[in-house]
Write a protein that binds this ligand. Sequence first.
Ligand code: NDP
Length: 507
Amino acid sequence: MTLVKKPETRPAAASWGLSKRGTPWEYAAAPEATDHIEIRREYGLFIDNAFAPSRPKATFQVINPATEELLSRVAKASRADVNRAVTAARRAHDTVWSRLPGSERAKYLYRIARIMQERSREFAVVETMNSGKPIKESRDVDVPLAAAHFFYYAGWADKLDYAFPGRTPRSLGVAAQIIPWNFPLLMLAWKIAPALAAGNTVILKPASTTPLTAYLFADVVRQAELPPGVVNIITGPGEIGMELVRHPDVNKVAFTGSTAVGKMIGRAVAGSRKKLTLELGGKAANIVFDDAPLDQAIEGIINGIYFNQGEVCCAGSRLFVQESVYEPLLDKLKARLSTLRVGDPLDKNTDVGAINSAGQLAKIAELVQSGIEEGAEIFQPDCVLPDKGFFFRPTLFTGVSQSHRIAQEEIFGPVLSVLTFRTPEEAIEKANNTPYGLSAGVWTEKGSRIFKMVAAMKAGVVWANTFNRFDPTSPFGGYKESGYGREGGIHGLGAYLDLSSNRASGR
Ligand code: NDP
């Protein structure tokens, strides 16, 4: 890492939003190279291992949210295309994939994982250009974790009988998988790896703003020589996702996205025999007790809400601080916030990149405005934002009350609401006062308090003295309006299997 003396006037490279930290130096620009990647001008739908235009031919634009420049045009699927994809997946399931021994399926999954590792730099750059997330996050988190999911589920593919003792696990059939734009490649891996390990075939619909790493993954599928029709990827608007969900030959639906769309999908599959998992929104509480190591907690709070620009379903967007440490903690937090570097996502020093779309930026701005109007006090570090692209300053609110919209609604941006509490009971009551229940964090030196809090929090995942840690072996999912079903671990495998037949009785 190069440190250079801060010049009198800021050079062009530094206009990429480097924060004014009052230090006598600034970081030199350290952009990741893009000359090793190829983004095609146009992508067709990926069905039966071939890219082909939609029928009738239609496309839509995909842009770089950090520059607003056109990256590519991708096919806009029609209802007929959905049918073609489901037909391909059905044929591949019934004639090839479900009939392969688990050990053979595992070989394909290992191959995919290894190719992803080999092409990790390419994946990281494309992910960053398409989503706006900092390259250090796509490079160090998204891509390695995505590969890790394929490695992990490859290990289970030939051990399904051991995973579910006494059962005869059977594949479900064709899985329709709809994913969001905040972790495009990682969500793809969360969905596709367990589905394939369990013997299902898939049709994946990426979010319309972030389809490019999914199409790069399609290349990997061909490179790994998967049989045609096992993995199909189609792009198009939300209605195409709904066509997929409703298709009568789909056996399993897996969705990650907003609670509003999740509810619509829940209604659409109700009464059918389709198996469903929903990973929806969140409004996580991150609770700091007065005995917590404050410096460590600060890093956890920052990681909890500013990682991936706060566009994280399990983001620690509500910070609860025990009153006795409120002032020192807030001073440290504001100082740390002022060191975050906002700007070019391809710069290896960037901490906070671009918001994924103009629409999401407008939603964040509207909710922040509501916080100001409802009387909360805003703090934003003094940093220069790039002229182009969708950027938002890391923000925190104090003086927040439970009824404020910024304490209730999912903002999905780099915005933290700070509240206080006096007793553990008050913290529990306030933390659970939300329609969501995806994740939570607890910071304390006391092991017994951790156990008490974990048991009392209505959240699918509770982190203790850390935040936003993910591992393929750990199940992840929510309560209440955060959805149901689990992804990851053995639980995530079960969600793609029919476990109704009992080995002993033969039924
Ligand atoms: P959506 O729920 O609309 O999008 C998620 C995925 O669902 C995308 O692939 C989208 O396609 C697809 N989709 C949209 N409408 C339908 C439909 N009727 N039937 C089937 N699939 C559909 O999220 P938004 O992008 O609109 O984001 C809105 C808010 O949702 C965010 O501000 C955030 O609060 C929350 N959110 C939560 C996420 C999470 O991880 N829990 C992820 C993303 C958003 P397309 O992109 O083509 O519209």
